[in-house]
Ligand binder design. Structure first.
Ligand SMILES: O=C(O)COP(=O)(O)O
Length: 238
């Protein structure tokens, strides 16, 4: 017996407080079919060709206004304020149509919560459809904070959207990682000095200038990847 305190006779606990910030469209949910139905109703009314799923998913990532404008531009037609309002109204009348969770989302969120991860959503989508989708697909309660594109001054890729998300959740002091399927997610994280995981199952794409810290090929890979990026630290209780 040396009299020195050693790890063997100290009590330890795991310091698990850390934050996983999720993008919504293309990361938690596949919503492109529902958005495409609404934009295609508008395009048909304007005698323009409808968008295919791949075309629609490539235009997502910057919010619904930007999506509708890009869709009309791609068909060489103009979009009036009234038509934009009708598109929103149409989509909002039932945002759950054509929207589904990616596989294993609830079970994985539940596991992350058990491991001490605080969960947040940072989305460029507007608040009304985002909340309706999270509620309708029964995952709303997993999240401490949901920070939407129409409730912040600057959306992703601006880092202010991520810092506002952490601020609203009371998480500014905790280590955090962003998980998303689009270059704007990776860019916002890197401009915030935050780690990011590119969601390979989604419909986005990242750009060479924005390197994610890791790439996940399925939602259920996240607990292991997140742990490797921000490991739980053991903390002495003594
Ligand atoms: O709806 C969009 O265009 C983007 O939404 P997201 O930020 O959740 O991907």
């Amino acid at each position: 017996m040396t009299g020195r305190s050693t790890d063997a006779n100290k009590a330890f606990t795991l310091d698990t407080d850390r934050v996983a910030v999720f993008d919504l469209d293309g990361t938690l949910v596949d919503s492109v079919d529902g958005i495409a139905v609404a934009i295609n109703r508008l395009l048909r009314a304007k005698k323009a060709l409808p968008l295919q799923r791949e075309e629609a998913s490539a235009l997502l990532g910057h919010g619904l206004d930007a999506f509708a404008k890009a869709a009309c531009e791609s068909r060489g037609v103009t979009l009036t304020d009234d038509e934009l309002w009708r598109f929103h109204h149409d989509y909002l009348s039932n945002p759950l149509i054509g929207t589904k969770l990616y596989p294993r989302v609830p079970a994985t969120l539940s596991l992350l919560a058990q491991k001490g991860w605080r969960l947040a959503v940072c989305t460029n989508k507007s608040e009304a459809p985002a909340i309706a989708i999270l509620n309708g697909l029964a995952i709303f309660d997993y999240f401490d904070v949901i920070c939407c594109g129409d409730t912040v001054e600057q959306q992703k890729p601006h880092p202010g959207h991520l810092s506002e998300t952490l601020q609203r959740g009371g998480f500014r002091h905790l280590p955090a990682v962003m998980i998303g399927d689009h270059a704007v997610d990776v860019a916002a994280a890197s401009a915030s000095g935050m780690a990011s995981v590119f969601a390979g199952w989604g419909y986005g794409h990242t750009e060479p200038a924005f390197r994610p810290s890791a790439v996940a090929s399925s939602f259920e890979d996240l607990p292991g990847i997140l742990e490797s990026l921000i490991p739980a630290r053991s903390r002495s209780l003594a």
